[in-house]
Design a binder for this molecule. Structure first.
Ligand code: SF4
Length: 139
């Protein structure tokens, strides 16, 4: 049996249930995921995605930085989070000023935590001023 170098407590990234998990890491690789018993969300249980769906973490073609296309026709280039977030902020401000808040919509994800989804709707309603908020799980 492998002994982990690190056991990292975290939240399952797959859905808004937010099951609590322990990542067992050996030589920098996740080799096992266990559900945590000491919480009220999942009491040690995990569905098949949470228990076995972690191979993407080590995928060679996984995106690890934001990509930005500076102009139509140009290819995507790797950039920093500060640059990407600054670009998005400027574009949203410009679109809102030129076309109004309802020209912008937010689509969030079941892969976000409930807290992240809450923050996104707050950003939409309180900052941008639109109720155009939808979610991939609505269907
Ligand atoms: S995908 Fe499964 S294990 Fe992960 S949070 Fe959702 S129900 Fe829990």
């Amino acid at each position: 049996m492998l002994n982990a170098d690190n056991i990292i407590p975290t939240t399952c990234p797959y859905c808004g249930v937010g099951c609590q998990i322990d990542l067992h890491v050996k030589n920098g690789l996740i080799y096992r995921v266990n559900g945590r018993f000491d919480n009220a969300v999942n009491h040690g249980n995990l569905c098949v995605k949470g228990r076995f769906g972690f191979d993407y973490v080590h995928a060679q073609d996984r995106l690890t930085t934001p990509l930005l296309r500076h102009a139509r026709g140009q290819s995507l280039e790797s950039t920093s989070w500060d640059t990407a977030l600054g670009y998005v902020t400027n574009r949203l401000q410009t679109i809102r000023a030129e076309h109004g808040p309802d020209s912008i919509a937010f689509l969030t994800s079941a892969k976000c935590t409930n807290e992240e989804n809450y923050l996104l709707q707050k950003l939409a309603r309180a900052v941008v001023g639109t109720n155009n908020v939808d979610h991939c799980a609505r269907l």
